[in-house]
Design a protein around this ligand. Structure first.
Ligand code: COA
Length: 172
């Protein structure tokens, strides 16, 4: 999946340093419910575990070849969201130096196109904290609509925060 400036591709071991550079920023992970990475070794471990599946991609900036973010989907049953049976949960982040340049919206748009073309998925769910409106904006720009509110106990960060639930119906 690609556009003129980004490529969505599987994570590789040699992305670990770039992953650590962007994911160690305390302004990134906690907004998505995970703690900042503490070492390159931990980032490599995340590549081997969390990112090691067919539905999680590195957002590569083509100009530099660097992985500057992540996007993907996973079974929503692994979350506390009020998901429909079998409905996947979408997640994403982008390194702070690249915020507000339309990169996440572009990545989500091409992932959604891939989902439409290659799967039978009928809808997707996601959510964002109320104090993270940029994420809600990304979803809105890609057609997600708010469906309610809930409170999530984030196991990885030990926080409990209200979140706005968003859903995209997929029409083919
Ligand atoms: C949320 C995130 C992925 C957005 O990535 P991005 O590449 O900057 O997103 P885009 O540039 O495509 O779109 C961001 C939109 O939010 C808007 N925005 C930014 N800050 C905002 C704010 N405080 N209030 C309202 N809108 C805001 C931008 O103006 C832009 O909208 P526009 O295109 O209409 O101007 C990025 O900020 C991030 O990685 N945050 C930390 C991790 C995270 O929050 N992940 C999602 C968890 S639900």
């Amino acid at each position: 999946m690609e556009t003129e400036r980004i490529l969505l591709r599987p994570w590789r071991d040699d992305d670990a340093e770039a992953l650590f550079k962007y994911a160690s920023d305390p302004e990134v992970g906690p907004r998505a419910g995970w703690p900042p990475h503490k070492s390159v070794e931990e980032s490599l471990e995340i590549i081997h575990t969390v990112f090691h599946n067919d539905t999680n991609w590195a957002i590569e900036l083509k100009e530099t070849g660097e992985a500057i973010g992540a996007i993907g989907y996973l079974p929503a049953s692994e979350s506390e969201l009020p998901a429909r049976e079998g409905e996947p949960l979408v997640g994403y982040w982008v390194g702070k130096p690249y915020w507000n340049q339309g990169i996440c919206t572009e990545a989500l748009e091409i992932m959604l196109e891939h989902i439409r073309k290659t799967t039978y998925i009928k809808s997707l769910i996601s959510s964002h904290y109320f104090d993270n409106p940029a994420s809600g904006k990304v979803m809105e720009k890609c057609g997600f609509v708010p469906t309610g509110e809930t409170c999530i106990d984030e196991k990885l960060t030990g926080t409990t925060k209200p979140t706005r639930v968003m859903r995209l119906e997929i029409y083919r």
